[in-house]
Design a protein around this ligand. Structure first.
Ligand SMILES: Nc1ncnc2c1ncn2[C@@H]1O[C@H](COP(=O)(O)OP(=O)(O)OP(=O)(O)O)[C@@H](O)[C@H]1O
Length: 241
């Protein structure tokens, strides 16, 4: 389990997160929303252990947290297969198993013939699929997605969200996922948190399996986000100590 208790984080004098409490249970899937600069990526980096809180308690029992960024970040001088296999070898996976896992995940993300290709030969969507294959091959128990599909066109974004959703459900990994698209996000998660003014606001779905409940929650999230992004809205103001 991941647990943040009364966690605050400052960059210089800017208070980004202010005494937040957050828990992520094994297998739980949580969406993170908020206006630009609200602190979503900061929360993910905290969860990944890449940032330390200025105050409060950080407890993380996940052994294999994995952060996936907006850009695929593939090694340009190695083949797609190598891009997936190299991190596995670095993690101590035997070569034969690493090869099989790389092939399995390339197939799973619908790139069965791309193993020998160079990253520069792939479209944006294909490169992001390869990045997902690399992530899932590492068998994370906590997957942290920082808007991984935001640079793609809407149809591709929806397709990759669905694929990612299936893979997360198949592996049972816990998920913390940032998105600016409430309607897509609610299809992937059990609940959402919204960051505003350094605080977390919870949006629980009445019944995550009920599409009407998901649609209503997405609508509410959308309206709340719009209010935040309106210039001068109170919620976007951040405490500056
Ligand atoms: N390393 C850093 N040093 C100083 N300030 C930082 C640092 N990282 C982020 N910030 C600031 O913290 C605030 C929150 O940044 P963060 O990247 O978490 O926002 P975000 O909600 O993910 O935004 P976006 O949706 O635009 O990606 C921003 O004002 C940003 O400029």
């Amino acid at each position: 389990m991941l647990e943040l208790k009364q966690v605050s984080l400052k960059f210089g004098t800017s208070q980004i997160l202010n005494a937040i409490d957050f828990r992520l249970q094994p297998g739980e899937r949580v969406g993170v929303l908020g206006s630009s600069g609200a602190g979503k990526s900061t929360l993910l980096k905290l969860a990944a252990g890449l940032l330390k809180p200025s105050h409060g308690t950080y407890l993380n029992a996940y052994r294999h947290p994995l952060l996936v960024f907006q850009e695929p970040r593939l090694l340009p001088w190695r083949s797609i297969h190598d891009n997936i296999e190299i991190p596995l070898l670095a993690a101590g996976v035997p070569r034969k198993e690493a090869r099989l896992r790389a092939m399995h995940w390339l197939e799973r993300v619908d790139l069965p013939d791309a193993g020998k290709a160079w990253p520069a030969e792939l479209s944006g969507g294909m490169a992001q699929r390869a990045a997902l294959a690399r992530a899932f091959a590492l068998q994370p128990d906590l997957l942290l997605l920082d808007e991984p599909f935001s640079a793609l066109d809407p149809a591709l974004r929806v397709a990759l969200s669905r694929l990612c959703n299936e893979c997360v459900r198949d592996t049972g990994a816990a998920l913390l996922c940032i998105s600016h698209h409430p309607h897509e996000l609610v299809e992937m998660v059990d609940r959402c948190v919204l960051i505003a003014g350094g605080k977390l606001q919870a949006f629980d779905f009445e019944d995550a399996r009920n599409s009407q409940s998901r649609a209503a929650t997405a609508h509410l999230l959308h309206q709340t986000l719009l209010r935040q992004e309106t210039p001068g809205a109170d919620q976007t103001k951040r405490t500056v100590a």
